[in-house]
Design a binder for this molecule. Structure first.
Ligand SMILES: *Cc1c(COP(=O)(O)O)cnc(C)c1O
Length: 381
């Protein structure tokens, strides 16, 4: 089966009793057992639930994974992965990973004795140089947020394989439609399913997919033991999101490309960062390792903080909001909003200036999106 067929069919046979074509929401915490010590496949919903199972099976197939485990949020997924390691283990992480990821590494797991080194993963040599005998995991985001820097998953996987280190990739920005890290040598792929996979800005969730048996076993144990599971209704909403993931990603990509091309030509825009533009430093690499460039576009406006704030308050279709990946277009100001907790000098180093704005380009009609941006750029003055 191809991607768009799998997203609609895998794990989603018509329901046995009634023939319902949509997987029901099994909104139950427990399951009646016919006899002591015997059950019909499920005992307790923290451990397993038919709606969650269907969703996990479907998303695993989209990442070309054997197994997937669903969690209550992206952060719950990452936190559960961290419990696979123990005090003294060393983890190499990208130096501009999602702010919440850095926060949980630095403010929580560091205190449990995990040791983190942060490197610029766009250069695989820097990853190799950071490896120590006790290194157990490399944690990677590509593209990064909000600078959209691209790292070479294959090259970093080669560094890890030589040394028995797991490679985990946060694939939230690309979705499995645009990039499948397990095919490129990663051991785990994680998503905040709150973003493109749910796709409608109505549900928070996370998932980890793997085809490494021992990692899978440990994740399954940790999912149940830690208990940060996704509930049945959220699994149902996210499974519904999956059905149109391919359609949406295609349109997100087309719209983002058109928006990027429009902005490149606009005099009020100083810089446009989109991996789909041929002059993006990661353009060729993304073409090789992925199947598209996604829906995120970052821009630097030719204005100051006041002008950038004016722009952000002037769009009508692009809502000013955190998050990304929904059908509706969003924009945000990283320096004040999503990346406010990043120290000012680090922000400056990364290029997150006062005139920097991140767009999540939705699936509305492209002409309406461009008109909206055009009138908001006009408002800067
Ligand atoms: C949003 C996000 C997360 C965190 O996911 P939540 O669902 O908000 O907990 C992790 N990584 C990336 C890249 C994200 O965009």
């Amino acid at each position: 089966m191809r991607f768009n067929t799998k997203s609609i069919h895998v794990g989603q046979e018509p329901e046995e009793k009634t023939g319902a074509v949509v997987v029901p929401i099994f909104q139950t915490s427990t399951y009646a057992q016919p006899e002591v010590g015997q059950h019909k496949g499920h005992e307790y919903t923290r451990t397993s639930n038919p709606t969650r199972d269907a969703y996990q099976e479907c998303i695993a197939s989209l990442e070309n994974a054997e197994e997937a485990y669903a969690f209550g949020s992206g952060m719950a997924a990452i936190s559960t992965i961290m419990t696979l390691f123990k005090a003294g283990d060393h983890i190499i992480s990208g130096d501009d990973v999602y702010g919440g990821t850095f926060r949980v590494f630095d403010k929580i797991f560091k205190d449990f004795g995990l040791d983190f080194t942060y490197v610029d993963t766009t250069d695989p040599k820097r990853v190799a140089e950071a490896v120590r005998p006790e290194t157990k995991l490399v944690w990677l985001e590509t593209p990064t947020n909000p600078m959209l820097k691209i790292s070479d998953i294959r090259a970093i996987a080669a560094v890890c394989q030589d040394k028995d280190i797991f490679l985990g990739v946060d694939n939230t920005f690309m979705s499995p439609f645009n990039q499948r890290p397990l095919d490129l040598g990663a051991d785990m792929v994680m998503h905040s399913t709150t973003k493109y996979i749910g796709g409608h800005s109505d549900v928070v969730g996370g998932v980890v997919c793997t085809n490494n048996k021992s990692v899978g076993e440990k994740l399954k144990f940790a999912q149940n033991a830690m208990g940060a599971v996704m509930g049945p209704f959220d699994a149902w909403l996210t499974l519904r999101g999956l059905k149109t993931l391919g359609l949406r990603m295609e349109r997100h990509g087309q719209n983002a490309m058109a928006v990027a091309k429009f902005l490149v030509e606009h005099p009020a825009v100083e810089e446009v960062i989109y991996p789909g533009l041929p002059d993006h430093p990661g353009h060729e690499l993304q073409k090789q390792q992925g199947h598209g460039f996604g829906g995120m576009v970052s821009i630097r406006l030719a204005t100051d903080l006041a002008g950038a704030k004016k722009f952000c308050a002037s769009t009508k279709l692009f809502f000013l909001a955190e998050s990304l990946g929904g059908v509706e277009s969003l924009l945000e100001h990283p320096a004040i909003m999503t990346h406010a907790s990043v120290p000012e000098d680090v922000r400056a180093e990364l290029g997150i200036s006062d005139s920097f704005v991140r767009l999540s380009v939705g699936v509305e009609h492209i002409d309406d999106l461009i008109s909206d941006l055009e009138q908001a750029l006009g408002a800067i003055g």
